[in-house]
Design a protein around this ligand. Structure first.
Ligand SMILES: [Zn+2]
Length: 81
């Protein structure tokens, strides 16, 4: 039987060291040096929360601070009496 060489077999291999100590040899993700099991798919740090959620968060903080200020004013008023 003839050994057929498929293009996918010529793809760059993952060089990650497996637990057995040998290189992984799985096909690497296109443009990456590692296979999908060894971080080839990783895009680095997780994306930041969308600006929409960040805005909502900041708005909540602003409201909370305003509420605290009101409470402080109330307690100060109570202390005076
Ligand atoms: Zn790998």
């Amino acid at each position: 039987m003839k050994n057929i060489i498929y293009p996918m077999h010529c793809a760059p291999r993952c060089g990650a060291k497996t637990r057995s100590g040998h290189p992984c040899k799985s096909p690497a993700i296109h443009g990456k040096a590692r296979c999908r099991m060894h971080g080839g798919k990783s895009t680095g740090r997780p994306s930041t929360p969308s600006s929409k959620f960040r805005k909502a968060h900041l708005e909540d903080r602003r409201k909370f601070r305003a509420m605290l200020k009101q409470l402080k004013g109330l307690t100060d008023a109570l202390k005076r009496n």
